[in-house]
Design a protein around this ligand. Structure first.
Ligand code: ZN
Ligand code: ZN
Length: 171
């Protein structure tokens, strides 16, 4: 029989082969708690043994060290994750500020272009007005000439219609 006893004996377990004895040793080959008789006379004769309490303390120490390593590794991973998350946040913020900057710049450029467009159209209007004025002057001058030529033709026409040769020659 094996199992915890109510006493505070070493290991608190009974030897599986000698149930009247406390299993105070640990057989390293069989990985089993046995009594002091077993490595001398019993099934664990010649097997390497150690004090169960010391073995347990050793295993406990190893597991605690391993746990410490695991904790350290976990902390490192947490640190890595936080760094990457920070980098991602910074990237997002940088992208947003770049876009805001571009919005400002392009708004500025559009305003400048609008101004340039207005100025260019005004320039066209002004030059067109000058040219139209010159055309108007030329048209008036042509009309003056036409009037002069018309009155001249009228005179010539009336002269040509003169039937009296004397009148025709003396006009
Ligand atoms: Zn035994
Ligand atoms: Zn053994």
């Amino acid at each position: 029989m094996s199992g915890p006893t109510e006493s505070e004996d070493t290991c608190g377990w009974r030897c599986p082969e000698h149930s009247d004895r406390v299993a105070e040793l640990f057989c390293r080959r069989c990985r089993q708690c046995v009594c002091a008789l077993c490595p001398v006379l019993g099934a664990h004769r010649g097997h390497p043994v150690g004090l169960a309490l010391e073995e347990a303390a050793h295993v406990k120490k190893l597991t605690q060290e391993y746990l410490k390593q695991l904790t350290t590794k976990k902390q490192q991973q947490v640190g890595n994750r936080n760094q990457i998350e920070d980098a991602a946040e910074q990237l997002k913020a940088h992208a947003e500020s770049s876009k805001t900057w571009l919005t400002g710049k392009f708004t500025e450029l559009r305003l400048l272009l609008d101004e340039e467009e207005v100025l260019a159209k005004k320039f066209i209007d002004k030059n067109t007005q000058f040219a139209l004025q010159a055309y108007g002057d030329q048209i008036r001058s042509c009309e003056d000439q036409i009037d002069i030529l018309s009155s001249l033709s009228n005179r010539v026409c009336s002269i040509s219609q003169e039937t009296d040769p004397v009148q025709l020659l003396q006009t």
